[in-house]
Design a protein around this ligand. Structure first.
Ligand SMILES: [Ca+2]
Ligand SMILES: [Ca+2]
Length: 312
């Protein structure tokens, strides 16, 4: 038995990647993970399921039906309760989500907010991704910190991009020591940032609501909470490879030669050199970094190599 039949002259090995590919390890520190595929189920394995207050299933950014949630802007939101999974004290964390706004707003709304004032949620928001009011354009994403009522914010910072454009956008809220930033659509420069020393303490998490009544108007999807500061590359992986379930995906990358046709192969049975199987179709080199995703296996489950079929 000599190699695959489709290759007349065998295979020229270009690069062997044994447990060394660049992979997106975006499962580390992920808790909770709300896919919002029509409900408020936590997919992280921690059982942090929320209560859906009226949101309905809608089409996600890939056109997949019942794979995101739509909020009517009147009274729909998700109540996730109080849990230490979103109580980071002064430690780093990251929140990642996708959103598509239905229109501009007159009031400041909540997209992902943690309230830390016990029963009287009207008077204090610990931290949150917010949506701008009429004075701020009504179509910007923002960061709210330490709201103590009567518009008295410790920090209330808005972005500059108008985002009520009918498109899905990715947002990542990052807290690193006293530095807070919101990254938009994987851009290297934050959409907004501020420095603010603050320990919000334990709180009640609302998704698509500010104080229960300030509900957001539009669709949300794939809400992720990490108990660590993601790197810019990780944020960009979440924003730039949206068609892959990065929960398990492996990215195989290599330096390619322009015009050369490559084939990525995988195996779970390395000592058997005949066990290699093609991963998808061939890839024509671009003269830079070419890459392929394996969205079906976790990072330790397979070995990968990149070969150049010689043809007939
Ligand atoms: Ca989803
Ligand atoms: Ca409703």
């Amino acid at each position: 038995m000599i190699g695959p039949h489709r290759v007349g002259l065998g295979l020229m090995l270009v690069l062997v990647l044994c447990r060394g590919p660049a992979y997106a390890d975006l499962a580390t520190g992920l808790e909770p993970y709300y896919r919002l595929d029509g409900d408020a189920t936590d997919s992280s394995g921690s059982g942090l399921h929320g209560t859906n207050q009226g949101a309905v299933a809608t089409t996600d950014r890939f056109g997949a039906i019942d794979s995101a949630l739509h909020f009517d802007g009147t009274n729909d939101f998700l109540d996730m309760g109080i849990n230490d999974a979103w109580n980071f004290g002064s430690e780093p964390f990251t929140v990642s989500l996708w959103f598509k706004a239905d229109g501009v707003s007159t009031r400041k709304l909540g997209m992902f907010t943690v309230h830390n004032a016990g029963a009287d949620i009207e008077v204090s928001i610990g931290y949150g991704l917010t949506w701008s009011n009429a004075f701020q354009g009504g179509d910007k994403i923002g960061l709210g910190l330490n709201y103590i009522g009567a518009n008295n914010w410790g920090a209330d910072v808005m972005g500059t991009n108008a985002l009520s454009d009918g498109n899905w956008h990715h947002a990542a809220l990052l807290r690193q020591t006293n530095w807070w930033a919101v990254y938009l659509d994987g851009n290297a420069t934050p959409e907004l940032e501020t420095t603010y020393a603050f320990d919000p303490g334990p709180g009640l998490l609302y998704i698509a609501s500010h104080v229960g009544d300030r509900t957001w108007d539009g669709a949300l999807d794939d809400v992720r909470v990490y108990d660590r500061a993601l790197s810019l590359a990780e944020i960009q992986a979440l924003a730039d490879h949206p068609h892959v379930d990065i929960w398990t995906a492996v990215e195989i990358g290599w330096q390619s030669v322009s015009g050369v046709v490559y084939q990525v192969q995988w195996t779970t049975n390395l000592p058997d050199t005949n066990a290699w199987a093609d991963l998808g179709g061939t890839v024509t080199g671009n003269g830079g970094t070419s890459s392929v995703f394996d969205s079906t296996r976790a990072k330790e489950e397979a070995e990968y190599r990149v070969v150049v079929p010689w043809g007939e």
